[in-house]
Design a protein around this ligand. Structure first.
Ligand SMILES: Nc1nc2c(ncn2[C@@H]2O[C@H](COP(=O)(O)OP(=O)(O)OP(=O)(O)O)[C@@H](O)[C@H]2O)c(=O)[nH]1
Ligand SMILES: [Mg+2]
Length: 260
């Protein structure tokens, strides 16, 4: 049976980029497009209505993490088998959607990340050098703590198998940018399989991008998250964040293998 693929778009003032992002989505690979508006003050909602997307509106701006929580909850309610996050600011290439879900369709992965650092040209594509250095150093540290060897953890282009979102306790995560790393730590704690593909990235004036100050705060919160994860893995620290919601995985203590 072909899986139901739901695209979720976390939107905040994405009015100038939403249409071209949506138009480049390969419609024959997508069953539904959900947009969650996080209190935009521009024409994001008007454009979303013109495109007849499935729209959910936050009464004010809560943040990127809060936006994703609504995205995933509504995608699961809509019966998604695969959920793909595509930022509506056109920084990621929507035409690559079939490639990013393929490892899940083939049963080889549970989470797929679209890596901007796999191809090695992110700075040439416009990623600020300080963001590149921060990304590389945090990625190195995260590989160390998680016991992985991924090329990047900070991408916004991600595909989830439904079971992952049913299992990890993402609702208790931050409303801010660090949500992106907290959910990866939860995926690692539940021993789901992570794969990655190379994707290009675009930086241009209309695109939204985390500021230097936001990025420093993001970096410091990741260090705290990694410290807690390492303590949890060593059994010295109990944390509801890393415990799985579904009984199938919740009995997993650090070091346990996934149930067959
Ligand atoms: N900045 C920001 N984005 C939000 C918020 N709520 C939802 N979003 C959306 O979240 C997505 C990611 O935010 P961006 O500001 O683009 O950050 P980013 O591109 O991941 O940052 P870099 O990867 O560091 O360039 C965008 O699609 C925004 O529209 C919010 O409160 N602030
Ligand atoms: Mg962006």
């Amino acid at each position: 049976m072909t899986p139901k693929v739901v695209v979720v778009m976390p939107a905040y003032n994405a009015g100038r980029t939403l249409r071209m992002t949506y138009e480049q989505l390969p419609k024959d690979s997508v069953n539904l497009v959900i947009l969650v508006d996080d209190g935009s003050t521009d024409q994001t909602l008007e454009v979303a209505r013109e495109l007849k997307l499935e729209i959910f509106v936050h009464d004010r701006n809560y943040g990127y993490g809060a936006n994703q929580k609504t995205c995933y909850a509504e995608a699961l309610k809509a019966g998604a088998d695969i959920v793909v996050m595509v930022h509506p600011d056109y920084q990621y290439d929507p035409t690559l959607l079939p490639q990013i879900i393929e490892p899940i369709v083939k049963g080889d992965a549970d989470l797929v990340l679209g890596s901007r650092l796999m191809g090695g040209s992110a700075v040439r594509q416009g990623m600020p050098w300080w963001k590149y250095l921060g990304n590389r150093s945090l990625t190195w540290l995260e590989n160390l703590v998680f016991g992985l060897s991924l090329s990047e953890f900070h991408t916004g282009y991600r595909a989830f198998r439904r079971e992952v979102l049913d299992t990890v306790n993402y609702a208790m995560n931050s409303d801010g940018f660090v949500f992106d790393q907290q959910i990866i730590a939860q995926v690692v704690a539940a021993r789901f399989r992570i794969a990655e593909i190379a994707v290009p990235v675009r930086y241009f004036p209309e695109a939204s991008s985390a500021s230097f100050v936001d990025s420093v705060g993001y970096g410091l919160r990741i260090l705290l998250l990694l410290a807690r994860f390492a303590l949890y893995r060593s059994g010295l620290y109990r944390s509801r964040r890393f415990q799985s919601l579904s009984a199938r995985y919740s009995r997993l203590a650090p070091g346990d293998d996934r149930p067959q």
